[in-house]
Design a protein around this ligand. Sequence first.
Ligand code: MOS
Length: 738
Amino acid sequence: MDDIPVMEGMLYVKVFDSPVAHGKIVNLDFVAAEQMENIVKIFSYKDVPGENQIGGIIPDEPLLADHEVHFRGQPVLLIVAENEDAAEEACKRIKIEIDPLPVITDPREAFIQGKLLSPSRKFEMGDTKNAFSNCVHIFEGQAVSGGQEQLYLETQGAYAYPTEHDSVKIFSSTQGPTQVQRTVARVLGVGMNKVEVDVPRLGGGFGGKEDQASAWGAMAAMVAWKLKRPAKCIPHRMEDMRMTGKRNPYSSDYKIGFDADLKIMAYEAVFYQNGGAAADLSPAILERTLFHATNSYHIPHVMITAHSCKTNLPPNTAFRGFGGPQGMFVIESAIDHAAKALQVHKDTIQRKNMMDNGDEFPYGQIVTECQSKHCWDEVMERYEVGAAKKEIENFNQQNHFYKKGLSLMPVCFGISFTNTMMNQARALVHVYSDGTVAVSTGAVEMGQGVNSKMLQVAANCFGISHSKIKLETTNTTRVANTSPSAASSTADLNGKALLDACNQVKERLFAFIKTQLAANEDAVVDIKEEVVFINNEASAFNWKSLVQQAFMKRVNLSAKGHYATPVINFDKTTEKGHPFAYHVYGTALTMVTVDCIRGTYDIDAVKVVHDFGSSMNRAVDLGQCEGGIVQGIGWMTMEEVIYNDEGKLLSNALSTYKIPDIYAVPQILDIQFLNTDGNELAIFRSKAVGEPPLMYGIGAYFAIRNAVLAFNPSSPIGYDAPITPEKVLMALYPHTSK
Ligand code: MOS
């Protein structure tokens, strides 16, 4: 946001948020605050010109609280000031009285009280009841995974100014420009055509700005539109952490059954998702949990139930993996539980039950181009896992206060928005008369490198240098009705749309040159390094002269591309279909050392074989893989979101919320590219890479847990992530910890 030059007369917008997690507003007095110097106006819900509603999937979230508050940090008023200091001062003069109502922070408690955000969902395959009656071993338990703060380097925010014809332009730090546009239009009560959203790039998103950027966009836009002045609304870090939602915590029950040969015959799980005070994206996240509940395993009889529970926390939301990691953690816990009880290595059970081509996912899609066993076996061999296990056993026998642990974590992640409708994209290409090119897509660059990939698509299609191409900002006036940059699908969807646009221009240019050179209809035209070839022979034309002459002959040098993923479908009434274009596979080996005096640990190594398909940009893909792994380790080990019983965020700053730094990065982080043919639905057969690697981080949890058990085999340690050093210490010395 702060890369954008602002206009003179810009107003500063500060949010006054609820100090209480649940209650009725009985008195709200901001008269004195509004009369202070340099305060222009204070907006309440009564000032919202259109609908006071920002809920995307379900309309259950007001922009500004009206009569009740449902979470601590819920926006109540907007203080509009000439400068930041004045807004801060005015904030202190606002008086709010709230009659408290009961606060729920636990999803199971919410479920018992019937507080659900959306209808519960159930995926079923086979007959678990009958299958369990034939099982030789059955294990049941609970698994809990915590929240995760997105902690994008750049906080949420928007800058807006009024434009002609009663319109408004918004610069937004959002993954979903169209979502901001739609929300602003609704809040202002105007058509979407009056709202322009522009996104140059973000300082990180990680899912936190897939939907939750909309509120900030609406706040800035409402002020700018009503007061006819530019306005900026950017929360400080602690405000952002307090007011916005995080990865959904889950509490889950599992039941897993095996035959005598350790084949998993049946699996049941019940997921209680902590959705927070409004639906936000939680119902969609819940769906992705169901899709990933069996991870890389083929299980013939499955019954998975999921509840999106309404609590008095800020609405939880997307975070890289989008419910997938939460689902995988539970099945990995169930298998680990069984392995410990049966005294076999977990990897024996994992490998034995790995899925293969022709198997059916619980949601009806058939497994194809499966690389699960391929990646797994490659890890076992390349990284000599057998020898590594022996070394760790020896080390643990020889050392008392240091223990090592190891784990294997397979990942199978579905690529596509689970909502089929969202799998579409458009792109706009202008070739200018001097041969330079401007590209607009719906893709938002947030550090993931999507612009590099878009540049490659255009350069490769036209056969020209990257230096001739400019990637424009993501803008709703140039490319409309975009899906958010999310679901790992941004490069695929926008890349395919861009390829369509570029091909249209290219075909016109090729037709033109054939006429120009009186070449045969079926002559083969090609452009390589900006030289035009006819039937593999260099012609007198280069890219620039071709474009110039085509323009003189009035050839259309612009095109709009469109792409909608073929094949995919899903029927929510039967919970069956083919929701994913393809799957991404891989396996990670994780090795750790736990300091059994202090409870601290080091991640010694994460070694991965990952299915990138045919990678179109190894540097970008490697970066995504490394970043995802470290972020996944953070979620599973050190990042602990803590609310107290009153719904107050205690881990509200970087002093109390620890994210991975360079010292937390594994000593060895080795990633092998499993080169496969990729998938034709992936752009240039280069598979989506944004989210899948995050789930390798789950391996760190189990490796640390194994090290704890090596020190204290009778430790009552459960399955409760994150496994912080504090929890490790308690688990090492359960009897002395009181
Ligand atoms: Mo991403 S978690 O699909 O915004």
